[in-house]
Write a protein that binds this ligand. Structure first.
Ligand SMILES: [Ca+2]
Ligand SMILES: [Ca+2]
Ligand SMILES: [Ca+2]
Length: 277
């Protein structure tokens, strides 16, 4: 092989290296794009904005004490699927005012019956005050109209503080109005159906008995929320599981480096070694 031929070979090799670099850069850009998408959490649920995203909602059930009675036909005012307290956990996913009579399989809310109560706990976040009159807590009541509940909050699950009552005009609570603020952190919310207000019987709908008496709770969310996942509070974009995010970034990096290495080995090294010997 002459010197002339060698110099001809060197040029396309450099070009290939540039192509490989470009490929790696493209992978990097894709990774950044994916990561940005993952970091930006969904923050608006049924028209209500929760700056911290999905972490804002109640995580576990402490107690569910519905008050159930039978009507003259011995049909209960609360029954399947409205007697499952798990339906009140996480982000709202039941009916909204636009679709009040969705099929039972589309309903994911729990009924309290006549004056019954539901106590929920935040475990990966805490409810706090906003420091102003902005609403801090939102009760998602499902069904054809909002039925009232009395709302109490607690830091330790033992000492309770009343923070008002929701109604058809107001599903949000401003806890600052009751003397609390950004330095207070609450892990518990207790909701008690107002026995004086709302529909406490079940109904017949499409030939089916629907036991959804009393307030029907779809979700309970802290608008003013402190994340306990990381040390960053209020509207933290890091409230998504960090380990999952890091694994994803690592996977993209490893894939990019691996592809770059393979391309380099099989396209560049093979040819250059052939031509060098
Ligand atoms: Ca939560
Ligand atoms: Ca407030
Ligand atoms: Ca629900």
């Amino acid at each position: 092989m002459t010197v002339n031929t060698l110099s001809k070979v060197a040029k396309p090799t450099l070009a290939r290296r540039l192509v490989i670099l470009a490929l790696l850069a493209a992978f990097g850009a894709m990774a950044v794009g994916f990561v940005k998408e993952m970091v930006a959490p969904v923050t608006t649920f049924y028209g209500v904005d929760f700056p911290a995203g999905e972490v804002s909602f109640a995580d576990t059930i402490v107690s569910y004490e519905p008050v159930i009675y039978l009507n003259d036909d011995r049909l209960p005012n609360v029954q399947e699927p409205f007697n499952n307290a798990v339906s009140a956990l996480g982000a709202p996913n039941s009916t909204d005012p636009r679709h009040p009579l969705a099929s039972l399989s589309a309903r994911h809310d729990v009924s309290l019956g006549l004056g019954g109560s539901l106590t929920l706990r935040f475990t990966n976040n805490a409810l706090t005050g906003s420091g102003n009159s902005a609403l801090d807590l939102w009760i998602f009541e499902a069904g054809e109209r909002t039925e009232s509940v009395f709302v109490e909050i607690s830091k330790d699950g033992k000492t309770w503080h009343a923070v008002g009552r929701t109604d058809k005009k107001r599903s949000g609570i401003d806890i600052d109005a009751f003397g609390w603020g950004p330095e207070d952190y609450f892990a518990y919310v207790r909701l008690t159906d107002d026995p004086e207000e709302g529909e406490h019987d079940g109904i017949w709908n499409n030939g089916e008995w629907v036991g959804w008496g009393g307030a029907d709770i779809d979700a309970v969310g802290a608008i003013s929320s402190v994340s306990l996942i990381s040390s960053v509070s209020h509207a933290s974009s890091f409230s998504i599981p960090l380990s999952r995010l890091m694994l994803f970034v690592m996977a993209i990096l490893v894939a990019g480096i691996g592809i770059g290495y393979l391309v380099n080995t099989f396209l560049f090294d093979k040819k250059s070694s052939k031509q060098n010997f």
